[in-house]
Design a protein around this ligand. Structure first.
Ligand code: UD1
Ligand code: PEP
Length: 434
């Protein structure tokens, strides 16, 4: 078993560079399946376990995929198969993003039904509603979703009940090869949607309005491979910003795009954090003491749910009472129990958590319950008294490249170790190895 070991109390200083965005690269790789001729070359691809998984899905579907030096080369011009089995969807829900491309290109897609996960049930009804509106027959059974269309998909007017990121992306991909015009309303407006639209357009698609509430897609007959560079990861940038802030540090986050994290910056400024925009990134200068604030997660451009756990860690160290309200996922507070192990005073009240700060955080053994919770526990460890040991690192590896190494380079006392698992007789004292 691997653990991240943090000894708290060090201020972070220096420069950290963010990777390409996980949530942009996954749909972009899925969209590459739409290219019936030519190769795609995708730059600034982070070496994350999720990227390895989506690459495996594409290989299974018979595309040729090579990943080296942060570049992915994809040739999807061969005959593809249309089924993505459970072993991939189980590892990563975003595997479901291949559905729109397969359905549009092959007229058929069969993808294992994604289950719920630690942050909520996460249904995909809006994705399926979009495919049906474009003429697909969708059947769910035996753990699979099967979508079929006679001939081509047909452009349609589709209104999303929720501005779902994944549904916007899946429907947008499907609509690029549909006959006629698709108008998608109440779309997600995340920067990753804009990145996907830019990639699709460079493949020969005609997508207008990405980043606004309404996206219009004129279907074309075929798409080709294209070269594309992934946008910087705003959540990784935000994670390092909160890490700098919790330690009272001064850090340049290279590659951070301030417009992509304006809600986070606004809240941190209210807390007393200073920001300086520099040529190649954003400098974070933390105050001696942080002030409490309330936050509410919302779809973009609101406060991102993917920064909620890291923000909870930071607010634990702020003076006063804060309230965090989670409106995007119904169950994204699993980290509360872990923070309590570190002596945090947190009270869950429905979809809100009341944070009483400043906490006298103490190092403890804690488990990452999802990727952002994992990052947040490491961040809390940076400010805790004593040693924090974080387990279940597979979650962190889904979303962060060399997280502990980047923090260590900024001056954190942190390491990642492998601990031999021992089979223990009942009632014996546990032995800490390493
Ligand atoms: C790979 C990726 O990009 N993941 C991001 C994406 O996930 P993902 O695309 O799964 O998130 P969605 O925007 O679809 O989900 C938002 C909410 O809508 C609900 N919903 C969604 C689709 C649907 O058909 N029906 C439905 O009810 C979900 O359960 C959730 O409560 O956006 C989330 C919200 O910003 C982020 O936390 C994830 O990091
Ligand atoms: C929830 C997240 O990702 P995913 O949708 O891939 O589970 C995340 O990036 O915080």
């Amino acid at each position: 078993m691997e653990k991240i070991i943090v000894r708290g109390g060090k201020k972070l200083n220096g420069t950290v560079k963010v990777e390409g965005a996980k949530n942009a690269v996954l749909p972009v790789i899925a969209a590459s399946l739409l290219a019936s001729n030519g190769k795609s070359i995708i730059h600034d691809v982070p070496a994350l376990s999720d990227v390895y998984t989506i690459n495996e899905v594409l290989r299974y579907l018979n595309a040729e995929v090579k990943f080296e030096n942060n570049t992915v080369y994809i040739d999807a011009s061969r005959e593809l198969t249309s089924e993505a089995p459970f072993e991939y969807v189980r590892k990563m829900r975003a595997s479901v993003l291949v559905m729109g491309s397969l359905l549009a290109r092959l007229g058929h897609a069969r993808v294992a039904l994604p289950g719920g996960c630690a942050i909520g049930t996460r249904p995909i009804d809006q994705h399926l509603k979009g495919f049906e509106a474009m003429g697909a027959i969708v059947q769910v059974g035996n753990g699979f979703i099967d979508a079929k269309v006679e001939g081509r998909l047909k452009g349609a007017k589709i209104y999303l009940d929720i501005p779902s990121v994944g549904a916007t992306e899946n429907i947008m991909m499907a609509a690029t090869l549909a006959e006629g015009t698709t108008i998608l309303e109440n779309c997600a407006k995340e920067p990753e949607i804009v990145d996907l639209a830019n990639y699709l357009n460079s493949m020969g698609a005609n997508v207008v309005g990405a980043g606004t509430e309404t996206i219009r897609i004129e279907g074309v007959d075929e798409l080709h491979g294209a070269e594309h560079t992934i946008i910087p990861d705003r959540i990784e940038a935000g994670t390092f910003i909160t890490a700098a802030a919790i330690t009272g540090g001064n850090v340049l986050v290279q590659g951070a795009v301030p417009e992509h994290i304006s809600a986070l910056i606004a809240k941190l400024k209210e807390m007393g954090v200073e920001f300086v925009e520099e040529k190649d990134g954003l400098r974070v200068i933390a105050p001696e003491k942080l002030k409490a604030v309330d936050i509410k997660t919302m779809p973009y451009p609101g406060f991102p749910t993917d920064m909620q756990a890291q923000m909870m860690a930071l607010l634990l160290t702020a003076e006063g009472t804060s309230m965090i309200t989670e409106t995007v996922f119904e169950n994204r507070f699993m980290h509360v129990e872990e923070f309590r192990r570190m002596n945090a005073n947190l009270k869950i009240d429905g979809r809100s958590v009341i944070v009483n700060g400043p906490a006298d955080l103490q190092g403890a053994e804690v488990a990452a319950t999802d990727l952002r919770a994992g990052a947040a526990l490491v961040i809390a460890g940076l400010a805790a008294d004593g040693i924090t040991r974080v387990t279940e690192l597979k979650h962190i590896d889904r979303g962060y490249v060399n997280f502990h190494g980047k923090l260590a380079a900024l001056g954190a006392d942190i390491e990642r170790i492998t601990v031999e698992e021992t089979t223990q007789a009942p009632n014996t004292t546990s032995i800490a190895i390493n």
